[in-house]
Design a binder for this molecule. Structure first.
Ligand SMILES: Cc1cc2nc3c(=O)[nH]c(=O)nc-3n(C[C@H](O)[C@H](O)[C@H](O)COP(=O)(O)OP(=O)(O)OC[C@H]3O[C@@H](n4cnc5c(N)ncnc54)[C@H](O)[C@@H]3O)c2cc1C
Length: 306
């Protein structure tokens, strides 16, 4: 039986790309599905809630932290391998803790096309499945052929078309919203060979477009809001006069470079400052356009009355 021992009172700000938030009461980084199952049982025996964290690039963690066990799926579950089949297609296996960008780069190294967009997404492979991460017309669902996950009882392998992928959602996200357990342990992707120079050129092009349009040097969690049907969140925020807007000098700011990103300028804002600004932007955009923005960024822990 696994005997992983959770650490106590672990600061989480360093595990979130927003660079804010308080500590986890308990924290562990399992290496296997069995250890993950053991950790859930450990928490259940103590009556503790559990939160599964990937690379924290889509999470805003409360200033009070998380009053339970944070299970971080990261480097301990970051296997990466590939196998070519007779038809020339290649199956790439990635552990949930592997950076999604590393998966993208690996596909580029192997001259595999279709995962170029992944090179610029700062989440883990597990987070990319959970969120069906995507950019520049590509989405994780395009190449994921199998997902391995722990469903609260056993480890299951399901096909990509059973994963309920949609815009920034998946079966796993839906199970989670329903209070059910689903920890992604890894995926398999099937990709075809392409021209290596073309693939590398596309990766560079997308990287350039990202650097030119996004505030990558300031802490954030990427796009704060989902794209409302028929609109662009950033455009609606700009039209409400909020590009570059800040409520105070906390550092929480609508990025002057890309209005769709709320940033932690200087890295000193509290999660509550960021949350207040998210709420303010939501309200003002609704007043200005009648469109109700929905958060893409996920809240972790208790935000009280905020
Ligand atoms: C600068 C920047 C640019 C970004 N650009 C993009 C973009 O172009 N496209 C895009 O889609 N996103 C983008 N993002 C957002 C983010 O990178 C993605 O949503 C990513 O998929 C989140 O992965 P993560 O590992 O960081 O997840 P986390 O933030 O750690 O978690 C997000 C959610 O996934 C769940 N989760 C994570 N891992 C697992 C697992 N193994 N099992 C079960 N649940 C899990 C968590 O519980 C949480 O609810 C960007 C973020 C930043 C900071």
């Amino acid at each position: 039986m696994a005997d992983i021992v959770p650490l106590e009172n672990v600061p989480l700000a360093g595990y979130s790309t927003f660079r804010c938030g308080g500590p986890a009461k308990f924290f562990a980084e399992p290496s296997t599905g069995e250890e993950t199952a053991y950790l859930f049982k450990w928490a259940e025996d103590k009556g503790l809630d559990v939160f599964v964290l990937g690379n924290g690039s889509n999470c805003l963690i409360s200033d009070d932290g998380f009053d339970g066990l944070v299970i971080r799926i990261a480097k301990n579950m970051s296997g990466l391998s590939s196998e070519e089949s007779e038809d020339g297609r290649v199956t790439v296996k990635a552990g949930a803790g592997l950076p999604f960008a590393r998966f993208g780069n690996y596909c580029t190294e192997l001259s595999l096309t279709g995962a170029e967009f992944a090179c610029g997404i700062p989440g883990s492979c597990g987070g990319a499945v959970f969120m069906n991460a995507g950019a520049y017309g590509g989405e994780a669902k395009d190449f994921i052929s199998k997902v391995c996950y722990w469903d609260g009882n056993s480890i299951k392998n399901i096909d990509g078309d059973q994963c309920g992928f949609g815009y920034r959602t998946s079966l796993f996200e839906k199970l989670n919203s329903d209070g059910k357990r689903a920890v992604i342990l890894g995926f398999e992707a099937v990709l075809s060979k392409g021209n290596k120079d073309d693939i590398s050129a596309l990766v560079e092009d997308l990287r350039g477009r990202r650097t030119a349009s996004q505030p990558l040097d300031v802490p954030s969690a990427g796009s704060t809001f989902k794209r409302p049907e028929g609109f662009f969140a950033a455009k609606l925020i700009e039209e409400a006069g909020l590009k570059g807007f800040a409520l105070d000098d906390s550092g929480a700011q609508v990025s002057p470079k890309h209005a769709g990103f709320i940033v932690n300028n200087g890295g000193n804002a509290k999660a509550s400052d960021v949350k207040k600004l998210i709420d303010y932007v939501t309200e003002k955009v609704f007043e200005n356009s009648g469109v109700k923005l929905e958060r893409e960024v996920r809240l972790v822990g208790d935000f009280g009355g905020l």
